[in-house]
Design a protein around this ligand. Structure first.
Ligand SMILES: CC/C=C\C/C=C\C/C=C\C/C=C\C/C=C\C/C=C\C=C\C(=O)SCCNC(=O)CCNC(=O)[C@H](O)C(C)(C)COP(=O)(O)OP(=O)(O)OC[C@H]1O[C@@H](n2cnc3c(N)ncnc32)[C@H](O)[C@@H]1OP(=O)(O)O
Ligand code: FAD
Length: 667
């Protein structure tokens, strides 16, 4: 019997039904807040319903029992089925709907179009000229070609200025010659590069008349469109299994003096003329915009990863009974333990906080691209870069922590792949590395912070961007009982103090004779702390802004409880800074703790519905433990029975080795 078979259960687990009955708000209304609009929340449900009517998308073998090859083949089969139903399932070219469709049907372990949608097409949109878009964008959108984003090399990832792959211009033939001069110059890691893509955006050092102009994006055909064989001069393949993402063929790529036409340098913002003269872009880092796009999405995407783990852990905790409280006649739901609530609820609050932040940063990126493409206005780039650099680092770090706590909250069953939490963890923590290693990105955020502190110190506070304005706030005594704004004030003081301290340390080393780079490195830990506080302050403020804007009274009340938990938890988490600097007293600390514990109690009746509101289908969750029906034990038993090891009673390993060994021992 399939583990997805509904008939093994007669209705939902009564414990979960009871939880759903006690909720104080409507989950459809909450979904509107989570997904940013009534329209998109409704579309998601509609798409989920349409998917459930397509039999070829339902009866999948559990991913945990598949090899890598099977996972890749299965993802491609699903893509094929989807492409037959694409226009009936979603609005064509709607990026959010396409993402939802892929997340639900194919899941998170990767697929050939993941980078095509998230980086290849966006790079064409932001970097290709109108003429180039005419040539490639339509074909990419129709999926006539599959593309990826090939930037990282075996020996170079974080430091883009040292990429070794060269694109040398030949004026006589009007071609660029792509070359991989050493083994460390091999492209290494790009998703979907190894076996699936036939095109790539390749980031290579542009060289004209022996002068290097730094990394630039080129569109490069890698494989023959008919045979899918690599073109002569190209070496390409899969880099092997990874901690997770094993449905993706992350790849390597080398060029042997491989020639591409001049028109393959993406030329929306810069140009190489036939004679080799170079027209520079309006902003030096405009070629990095696809990374900024993905980073701007990461608060949302990571929030959704953590949400999946928490749906599983919270539902399971409402079904799992262990030990007793007052009533000794029945074991208690583990969700009633304060420790379990403390383990899970702050992460629920972070999920909501990250998602609200993500909704904002996605819009900020869209606005930036409009400004750049329509008006050539690059003035928003620096702020968005520093914001998204800090944000991607903070959200990925806390998402990893939250998912791991969710796993432990499920006890032994959390450790089974039936929970799927280990896979979610593996996928989510890749985000600490991709799109910029977290420490490297925190230090990018710190550059902006230090500059802002220097402006204040030089007497130019009026030049600060609104995000940095708190750096001018004077120290005040704060009464925490007045509400969220008081928490913001304390957080601002803590973040401001750390930004000034880190900058002071940097300056001190420089005054003592260190170069800025050396002084920077000696202050780096303090600088990253400043970046984290700055970013957490931003997240906190977005959460408050979003909750204030909600009109549905019951949804607002439930989210206010969550916001209060977040405020108290965050402040407690950074209390050591506040105590050290005398910003907070120990009496205030006790107040915060008590508020925190009382928030846990308030959230308890809504916990399951706060997670149900994400409206993940069982297909998307891929978790035996977290299914909506809550029939955990029956489902686990069915899943275990479907293990390949259980398809025969006596395994070859027994007949071949164990049995003869035992026989020998009898002699
Ligand atoms: C993708 C997933 C999304 C959605 C998923 C949805 C569903 C999931 C389902 C399936 C998913 C399946 C698969 C996806 C799987 C995996 C992940 C996918 C993709 C991953 C892709 C990648 O990782 S691509 C490679 C990313 N690489 C990096 O990020 C490299 C990091 N390094 C850099 O960015 C740069 O080297 C640097 C910024 C660190 C430094 O650059 P450099 O040129 O050296 O500049 P500096 O000298 O340090 O700074 C000079 C000034 O320039 C400013 N600056 C730098 N960058 C920018 C920028 N982008 N914009 C604006 N300004 C910038 C910098 O701040 C300095 O300014 P100053 O004023 O201080 O001088
Ligand atoms: C799942 C996954 C998917 C990926 N997909 C793609 C893709 O599609 N396309 C693509 O081009 N790439 C991709 N990558 C590569 C990814 O972008 C890089 O791995 C990432 O940018 C980090 O670079 P690195 O591996 O060189 O790390 P390194 O820079 O070597 O980092 C190693 C350590 O050095 C530290 N470090 C490095 N520089 C500094 C510094 N200046 N200051 C302080 N500390 C520093 C880091 O903090 C880290 O602790 C992917 C990676 C993964 C894991």
């Amino acid at each position: 019997m399939s583990f997805l078979n509904k008939e093994i259960c007669d209705g939902d687990n009564p414990d979960l039904t009871e939880e759903r009955r006690t909720a104080t708000f409507d989950t459809d209304r909450m979904a509107q807040v989570i997904y940013g609009s009534e329209k998109f929340a409704a579309r998601r449900r509609q798409i989920t319903k349409s998917i459930s009517r397509i039999p070829a998308l339902q009866d999948t073998k559990p991913l945990a029992f598949m090899t890598r090859e099977e996972k890749i083949t299965e993802a491609c089969r699903e893509l094929d089925v989807l492409s037959d139903h694409w226009e009936q399932l979603i609005y064509v070219n709607d990026e959010e709907e396409a993402l939802h469709l892929h997340r639900e049907v194919i899941g998170m372990e990767g697929h050939p179009f993941a980078l095509h949608e998230t980086m290849f097409i966006p790079t064409l949109v932001s970097q290709a000229s109108d003429e180039q878009q005419e040539k490639w964008l339509g074909r990419a959108r129709k999926r006539e070609i599959i593309g990826c984003y090939a930037q990282t090399e075996l020996g170079h990832g974080s430091n883009l200025r040292k990429l070794e792959t060269t694109a040398t211009y030949s004026p006589s033939t009007q071609e660029f010659i792509l070359h991989t001069p050493t083994i460390t110059a091999l492209k290494w890691w790009p998703g979907a590069l190894g076996k699936s893509s036939n095109y790539a955006i390749v980031m290579a050092d542009l060289v004209i008349k022996n002068k290097s102009y730094g990394p630039h994006p080129f569109i490069v055909q890698l494989r023959d469109e008919k045979t899918h064989q690599p073109l002569p001069g190209i070496t390409v393949g899969d880099i092997g299994p990874k901690m997770a993402f094993n449905g993706a063929d992350n790849g390597f790529l080398g060029f042997d003096h491989f020639r591409i036409p001049r028109g393959n340098l993406l030329m929306r913002h810069n140009r190489v003329e036939p004679d080799g003269s170079y027209l520079k872009p309006p902003h030096a880092k405009i070629g990095y915009s696809s990374m900024v796009k993905v980073r701007s999405r990461m608060a949302m995407d990571q929030g959704l990863f953590m949400a999946q783990a928490l749906v599983i852990a919270v539902r399971y905790s409402a079904v799992r009974r262990q030990g007793f409280l007052e009533d000794k006649s029945q074991e208690v739901k583990v969700l009633d333990y304060q420790t379990q609530q403390h383990r899970l609820f702050p992460s629920i609050a972070r999920v909501y906080a990250f998602i609200f932040c993500g909704l904002e940063t996605i819009q900020l990126y869209e606005k930036l691209i409009l400004d750049v493409n329509k008006n050539g206005d690059t003035s928003g780039m620096a702020d968005l870069h520093s914001l998204t650099s800090g944000l991607k680092s903070v959200v990925t770090h806390f998402t990893g922590q939250g998912i791991e706590q969710a796993r432990m909250a499920c006890g032994g069953h959390g450790y089974s792949m039936a929970s799927y939490i280990s896979e979610i963890y593996g996928v989510a923590v890749a985000g600490c590395t991709y799109e910029g290693e977290n420490m490297v990105m925190l230090l990018q955020c710190a550059r902006a912070l230090v500059k802002a502190v220097e402006l204040v110190e030089e007497g130019h506070p009026e030049k600060l961007s609104p995000m940095m304005a708190y750096l001018t706030k004077p120290s005040v005594t704060v009464d925490l009982t007045v509400g969220p704004e008081a928490y913001v004030k304390i957080f601002q003081l803590i973040a401001k103090k750390q930004a000034f301290k880190a900058t002071e340390q940097l300056h001190k080393f420089m005054v003592a004779g260190d170069s800025r780079d050396v002084a920077w490195n000696k202050s780096a830990v303090e600088l990253t702390k400043a970046s984290r506080l700055h970013t957490r302050l931003y997240i906190l403020k977005t959460f408050i802004r979003r909750v204030e804007s909600i009109t549905d009274i019951s949804v607002k009340a439930a989210l206010t409880d969550l916001l209060n938990l977040h405020l108290n938890y965050e402040l407690l988490d950074v209390a050591s800074y506040a105590l050290a600097d005398g910003i907070m007293s120990s009496t205030q600390m006790d107040f915060i703790k008590n508020q925190l514990y009382s928030s846990l109690e308030k959230i308890r009746p809504n916990a399951v519905s706060l997670m149900d509101s994400f409206q993940f289908s069982d297909l998307q969750l891929r978790s035996v433990l977290g299914r909506r029906d809550g029939h955990v034990y029956q489902n686990l038993f069915e899943w275990a029975k479907s293990s390949p090891l259980n398809q025969s009673e006596v395994l070859p390993s027994v007949t071949q080795y164990l049995k003869p060994m035992m026989e020998k021992s009898k002699l």
